[in-house]
Design a protein around this ligand. Sequence first.
Ligand code: ADP
Ligand code: MG
Length: 334
Amino acid sequence: MVYKRIFPFFLIIFFSACIEQGEFSRTEFALGTVCTVTLYEQGKNSLYNDIFSRIREIENLMSLNISSSDISRINSNAGIKPVSVHENTFKVIERAVYFAQLSGGAFDPAIGPIVSLWGISGDNPRCPSQEEIDKILPLVNWRNIELDANANSVFLTQHGMSLDLGAIAKGYAADAAAEILKNAGIKRGLVDLGGNIIVIGEKKDKSPWRVGIQNPYGNRRDFFGIVHTDEKTIVTSGIYERNFEEDGRFFHHLFSPFDGYPADNGLISVTVIMDISMEADALSTAAFVLGYEKGLFLIESIPGVEAIFVFNDRSVQVTKGVEFTITDNTFFFR
Ligand code: ADP
Ligand code: MG
């Protein structure tokens, strides 16, 4: 009963807010997630078409689920031969390897065998046996990715290795979408590729953007706090994205390449705020896997990067440059 009364009221607020801002946005499913682009005031269909075809182009190059993608071709040639790829793919893999090194291997684009063993992206995820994990864990090693910048080629030196760009490709696509939008002279816009958010330009009244941060325990779009920011990317890695329970134990999709299990260190999400979405994507995953202390050390070692760490007791820690308000009072600052 309460639900019925609240619902129409909520809708009215939402639509009047849209009309006031002249907002128009497009949402499509791509890169395995919900992608929304909003061009405040200047939303032209042709521009949305350009942005979404660029996102599809990136998906066709980097998706594991497309057999002709660069990533699938690299993986099926693991231990066999180097594969020449599109310069976009090469760039993302090169940066992924850079962040693997920078994070001491916590972020590892060669995580593929562990992700498939847990079946985390399919319909039947399961907790594998220790033996199964021990057997394939040595295949997860970014040092065995050979890059040749002259040929734009990538070689996985061990048979059975596989790349998974799930933790970085959405960020790259978000940067690409934002670039198209800026080149078209758009003054205000928002790109949201499954939680990889970029705000572009400034609001009409010059007040800071207010970006809701996903409640790791809530449903999608259920936020627990708001970041106040100027033009930046805001990227969150959390346990809410893909998870399952088995025998009363909770498992999620952010794996530690060191032991082959979902990272279990008291964190439930890490949000990174900076200028480049691809880097924020890699860093949010890296910091999550590293855990609070090492993750914070990594974040603070890079100029211009801020972060919000959320723990399983609902406490929150932010770096010095973040302006963050908690709106759900079951969460609290440490
Ligand atoms: P989201 O899926 O919410 O965007 P991330 O950007 O953190 O979250 O990416 C998670 C995905 O990255 C996983 O689904 C998996 O494909 C891959 N992944 C999991 N653990 C790692 C890791 N340690 N290093 C690199 N990629 C990882
Ligand atoms: Mg990521």
